[in-house]
Write a protein that binds this ligand. Structure first.
Ligand code: PHE
Length: 448
């Protein structure tokens, strides 16, 4: 085997591809509704603290493993620590990626259908019950969501099989600017709504009475998901980061972008939600069931809805691509397969299981795994357990196992950048704060 490894072509290529991964359904679909359920600004503050204390150092840990190992999420560990079992972090991460992709692809498919609904002006004149039924009828349909899943996965597959620079980077360069422009337009529009001030306040005026211990858990879990951690993605992307790039700065920039997009998604959604008197805590369906009511009543709602759902689709697609890439890199690195064949295998398998997940919202609804539908079971197991375990092992590996020189060289690019205190602070967090934080989540997860 040669040591040749694909690399991001430039700083911009690295940043847009990584932002493409972190910005996704997590920011636009999940973040607003969990903020809504957990009391708005107070939750936002906790989220940001955990993101800085644990999320960013974890992203740096995964980058370090990837760039040092210069391989996929499993082999990178094997290269740095041969004959040890640390590579299990990667194995669990790939499993998490695999299962996450199966339901992520399904929801990415929903965004395609909702973009189509908006273009066809389907929300107009609907009562809120009709909008709710429209969503439930669609996700439980035996064929329609399977078709959109197939479309979403094919688009991701084509991109990944075209390679890092020609596929992933190119698509991200196209998607990210459109995404930013759409978000800004949606923000301006949303803020100009009469009655929207309440939504703005909800997002920025802290009310600590809604916070519970569980909110901390949800905040940290979401920080991992939103930063694409625990699925081998950042290890894999780390292996593509050229030696001259600054890992610390990259992690900071990407995390800031991720948080800004989440907040902007909140600004786009909450004023509209409040202006039209919808409960901000309506959860899962906030976007698919409640927002169409808003769109059908507001002036310019037609264009707003098209902009919103295409934004959601683009964000979902670029994240789908990165999860797929993590699995594809693993197949290439461990089974000696080329990129095209690896992509074909990974895409087909995840799509097949995705079909089962999708059907479990409809014809297979009666099948229950531990009291949940297949869709919810896959979603919960991968996000709550696999992802967190992989992340915990990654940070324990970096904090306790690898040679301290490796950390130093990776963070300072062999002594040329970054101050000593950043390295020391990072080591302290990787050794104590992050593992303890994650273990606490686990304990709460079991107890609460
Ligand atoms: N970060 C993505 C989002 O917020 C999801 C994701 C998780 C992507 C893990 C890659 C890996 O939607």
């Amino acid at each position: 085997m040669t040591d040749y490894r694909e690399e991001f072509s430039s700083k911009i290529g690295l940043i847009v591809a990584t932002i493409g991964s972190v910005v996704g359904l997590g920011n636009i679909w999940r973040f607003p509704y969990i903020v809504g359920k957990n009391g708005g600004a107070a939750f936002l503050i906790i989220y940001i603290i955990l993101l800085v204390l644990i999320g960013i150092p974890l992203m740096m840990s995964e980058f370090i493993v990837g760039r040092e190992g210069k391989s996929d999420a499993v082999n990178s560990y094997k290269k740095i620590a041969p004959k040890t079992k640390w590579y299990f972090s990667g194995v669990i991460g790939i499993l998490a990626a695999f299962f996450t992709l199966t339901f992520y692809g399904v929801v990415a498919g929903w965004t395609i259908e909702y973009t189509r609904f908006s273009i066809l002006n389907k929300f107009i004149n609907n009562s809120s019950q009709q909008n709710t039924n429209m969503f439930l009828d669609f996700i439980s349909h035996p064929i329609k969501p399977v078709i959109t899943l197939f479309i979403a996965m094919s688009l991701a597959g084509i991109t990944v099989s075209s390679g890092l620079q020609k596929g992933i980077e190119k698509v991200s360069r196209l998607i990210i600017p459109i995404l930013v422009v759409l978000l800004i337009i949606l923000n301006i529009y949303s803020l100009s709504l009469e009655g929207g001030k309440a939504g703005f306040e909800f997002l920025f005026k802290p009310d600590f009475s809604h916070l519970t211990w569980k909110s901390f858990l949800i905040a940290l879990g979401h920080a991992f998901f939103s930063l694409s951690l625990g699925m081998g993605v950042m290890v894999t992307y780390g292996s593509y980061i050229p030696d001259r790039e600054n890992l610390f700065h990259t992690a900071i920039k990407v995390s800031i972008a991720d948080t800004l997009v989440a907040i902007m998604a909140g600004i786009a959604i909450f004023p509209a939600v409040f202006a039209f008197d919808i409960a901000p805590s309506s959860g899962f369906g906030l976007i698919f069931m409640s927002l169409p009511n808003v769109f059908s009543q507001m002036t310019g709602g037609y264009f707003f809805s098209i902009a919103f759902f295409s934004l959601l689709f683009l964000a979902a697609l670029s994240s789908t691509i990165s999860i797929l890439e993590s699995i594809v890199a693993y197949l290439m690195g461990n089974f000696n397969l080329n990129r095209k064949i690896s992509t074909f295998i990974a895409t087909s398998l995840t799509t097949l299981i995705g079909i089962v997940a999708s059907l479990s919202n409809g014809p297979l609804k009666h099948i229950q795994l531990y009291g949940q539908s297949i869709f919810d079971f896959i979603n919960n197991t991968s996000s709550n357990w696999l992802l967190t375990t992989s992340a915990l092992l990654a940070v324990l590996f970096v904090g306790w196992n690898i040679d301290s020189n490796i950390i130093e060289n990776q963070l300072t690019n062999n002594g040329t950048i970054n101050k000593k205190y950043i390295v020391s602070l990072f080591k302290f967090i990787a050794k104590y704060i992050a593992p303890i934080g994650i273990i606490l989540i686990f304990i709460f997860e079991v107890l609460l």
